[in-house]
Unconditional design. Structure first.
Length: 277
């Protein structure tokens, strides 16, 4: 789940976690990833997004964890499901998916006080060529961004890598929302911008936990918030896509807490040239 982007990162408030905390975050992240894996066979034309949310509720109960989103600021659902031109925070409803719909499903759970947060793209039926291209660019933008994270590099390096990749494919990066610090709290410093300039912003340090969750649009980068106070859509109604991992910074790189146990992070009915999940 995303935060509204803020221009300033407060380095003094970024928590540096201990080595034993990595194992706890991995436990939480793996359950979130398992739930998203379980959803793969549920997304198809004719299914209602509220039914997908109810499925997630059942899995949360089965895995004996808590939903982080039910009751969060009055939110009533166990997921955010964002279809086609919805950028993020789409509210599950009774509208049926149709063939060609693309959707991001975002799930956050709590296990033993630790938060596991991840989202990925799904496809109902057969996607259009432009939708498939958008999904591929967005996935690669995330993975390219993750490759920049290691002690000594900066958050600006991360944002720059994502921005350059999107722009090289004539797509845009949403600037109104960002990733966030996480751990024993849902949202914390730092605010992780998916755009930036090399060498700027706080320096990555071992023990930082945060999400990286770029939102990429086929059209313009602008968004608008609907009257429900949650749903953000593209201003020009162009398609939008997003992938999200929760990571911890290690001594020489990162640990991804939300890797897919079944290698299904990317929509499983399409081949990817990268095997990372």
């Amino acid at each position: 789940m995303q935060l509204f982007a803020k221009k300033r990162l407060n380095h003094d408030r970024i928590v540096l976690h201990e080595r034993q905390d990595f194992a706890e975050m991995a436990k939480a992240g793996q359950i979130a990833a398992r739930i998203l894996d379980d959803l793969c066979d549920q997304v198809e034309p004719g299914v209602k997004t509220i039914d997908l949310d109810n499925f997630i509720r059942g899995k949360i109960k089965e895995y004996q964890v808590e939903s982080a989103t039910i009751g969060y600021r009055g939110y009533k659902h166990a997921s955010c499901i964002s279809v086609n031109h919805v950028v993020c925070h789409g509210i599950p409803n009774t509208k049926k998916l149709v063939s060609g719909d693309i959707l991001n499903i975002d799930v956050t759970i709590i296990k033993n006080g630790w938060y596991g947060d991840s989202s990925r793209m799904y496809v109902a039926g057969k996607p259009s060529i432009k939708a498939l291209r958008l999904i591929g660019v967005t996935y690669d933008a995330l993975m390219i961004g993750l490759d920049t994270i290691k002690p000594g590099n900066t958050f600006g390096d991360l944002g720059w890598a994502i921005l350059q990749h999107a722009q090289s494919h004539r797509m845009t990066v949403v600037r109104d929302f960002c990733g966030h610090g996480i751990g024993k709290v849902f949202h914390a410093e730092p605010n992780v911008l998916h755009f930036g300039r090399p060498g700027t912003g706080p320096v990555f340090e071992e023990g930082m936990f945060f999400t990286v969750e770029p939102m990429i649009n086929l059209g313009l980068s602008g968004t608008r918030l609907l009257r429900d106070g949650w749903t953000a859509v593209t201003q020009d109604r162009s398609l939008s896509a997003q992938f999200e991992h929760t990571i911890g910074v290690t001594s020489d790189g990162i640990e991804i807490f939300t890797l897919s146990p079944q290698n299904k992070f990317y929509p499983t009915n399409f081949q990817r040239r990268r095997k990372s999940s």
